[in-house]
Design a protein around this ligand. Sequence first.
Ligand code: GDP
Ligand code: MG
Length: 414
Amino acid sequence: MQKTPSANRLHIAIYGRRNAGKSTLINALSNQKLAIVSDVAGTTTDPVYKSMEILPIGPVVLIDTAGFDDEGALGALRIEKTKEVMKKTDLAILTLSAQEGVMEFDTQIIVMLLEKKIPIILAINKIDISQPTQEVMEKVARQNFPFVLISAEKAEGISELKRMIIEYSPKSFEEPTIVSDIVNSGEAAVLVIPIDTGMPKGRLILPQVQTMRDLLDGDAIMHISKERELKWLLSSLKVKPKLVITDSQAFAKVSADTPSDIMLTSFSILFARYKGNLLSLVKGAMAIKELKAGDKVLISEACTHHQQADDIGKVKIPRWIRQYVNSDVNFEFCSGREFPDNLKEYKVVIHCGGCMINRKEMLTRIEACEYHGTPIVNYGVTIALIHGILDRALQPFPEVYSIWKESRKETSLN
Ligand SMILES: Nc1nc2c(ncn2[C@@H]2O[C@H](COP(=O)(O)OP(=O)(O)O)[C@@H](O)[C@H]2O)c(=O)[nH]1
Ligand SMILES: [Mg+2]
């Protein structure tokens, strides 16, 4: 459980008014004294994240939204905070007390959750004090959501709640595999990992490690080298590998050194599919081709890493794009958890691979762009496009590839 990156876990947010029993419920679900239970209203609006395992789902993150209720209703600032949490919420548990039932705050939360199409389970708590009155139950029934009667304090109804979590978790959360659907059991992949100044000292980066783990889980075999040794590695293999996976930055050299009868793609493209929606991102790539002088492009990075001299997002991509379209395009940058609302202003959004945000949040960002009619593409797809190798990098994904090929005909995109 410790080894599953937090961004890939099912995120369950516990909503409810103060004293509804959110923290007690988290304790009951996790069987540990993790959250702080108190009679005093929360003083902070920062949510608390707790990891635990719910079998058979596996590792999940419980989000305690303490302090989101403000005098019984949502204040402006708290609405913003609530929206932030909802971006990464896969499933919501709305905690009510059996004595009070559905109050104004709860209705507001329900409306917001419905807008975001987040599945809701109502947990009617404190039934050890008294069972809900008929009036409360009628109001609950009107909401038409699955509900469960619990006592968080006495740990009653908790296993029923867990069963409902499993039942109502979005099926879309069943994540696509990273690569084991392409490289099957007994087949081999070659991983090309350049060790440049951008690599953290003494270790590999998360997408590389996750790819290895996925191959191992699928009983596949892998060979690993830097780009310089690839040619030698490939010539030394008795059995032809199914797929070569390279860091995008070495794509040109790796493509030249990989015979055309071996499929080739990049870690970024694997993760564009795993993390988001490869097809949307590939459609976004076409917008780059249309860029003209003065057009605004947003470069968005999900993490706030220390900027390097030849930073991929800040330096390399802007330079490559200006060369590629031969125009002075304007770049703006954003990083971290914030994703701007003024998406309409940009001709295209170029997003990082998103290894620090979960699939849900990445999909939310893609959807936000689609809503505003702004194409979105990621670093990996951009780099592949600019270096003229997107075509090859997409071949391992037949559905996306066929659509890409069609659009290329229409726009005569190379
Ligand atoms: N009797 C009873 N008290 C509960 C139950 N769940 C929570 N409480 C109490 O209600 C108060 C508020 O609980 P807490 O978990 O801090 O609520 P939160 O503000 O939603 O996090 C605490 O005094 C809890 O002990 C329950 O199922 N039964
Ligand atoms: Mg609490």
